[in-house]
Design a protein. Structure first.
Length: 129
């Protein structure tokens, strides 16, 4: 049974869930425990070195995941770098989502412009490929 571990701060779209199940054969989606989710989503910006701060997340992942499980990683750039590096060492497959962005603009009666950005899931891709 292949599982996907989520290291990010938002929900999966129905299209993302479908791709994980059909293309990546993920049979279970595993969310971070609440305390670790808070840690991943709220990395203090004043820390010079975030590796020790994230160690509980990586320890949990090492205990829960097995080789060839997926890790969907998104967030703080430094945290993503550390997570991808750690996931490769654990024998997991680090992936990220790609999106198509659409911009819609509408001129308002007062002359200002309202912009709406729409992000649509396209596919998942393995980090480094």
């Amino acid at each position: 049974m292949r599982r996907v571990f989520l290291l990010f701060s938002h929900d999966l779209s129905p299209e993302q869930r479908q791709e994980l199940e059909e293309k990546w054969q993920a049979e279970e989606i595993v969310f971070l425990p609440e305390d670790l989710q808070h840690r991943w989503s709220n990395i203090p910006p004043h820390l010079e070195n975030i590796a020790p701060y994230l160690e509980p997340v990586f320890n949990w992942l090492a205990e829960e995941a097995k080789a060839q499980d997926l890790a969907l990683i998104h967030g703080d750039f430094g945290a993503v770098y550390l997570a991808v590096e750690r996931v490769f060492k654990l024998g997991l497959v680090p992936i990220y989502a790609t999106t198509r962005r659409e911009l819609h603009e509408r001129r308002l009666p007062d002359g200002s412009i309202r912009q709406e950005r729409i992000f649509k899931h396209v596919r998942f891709r393995i980090y480094g490929r």
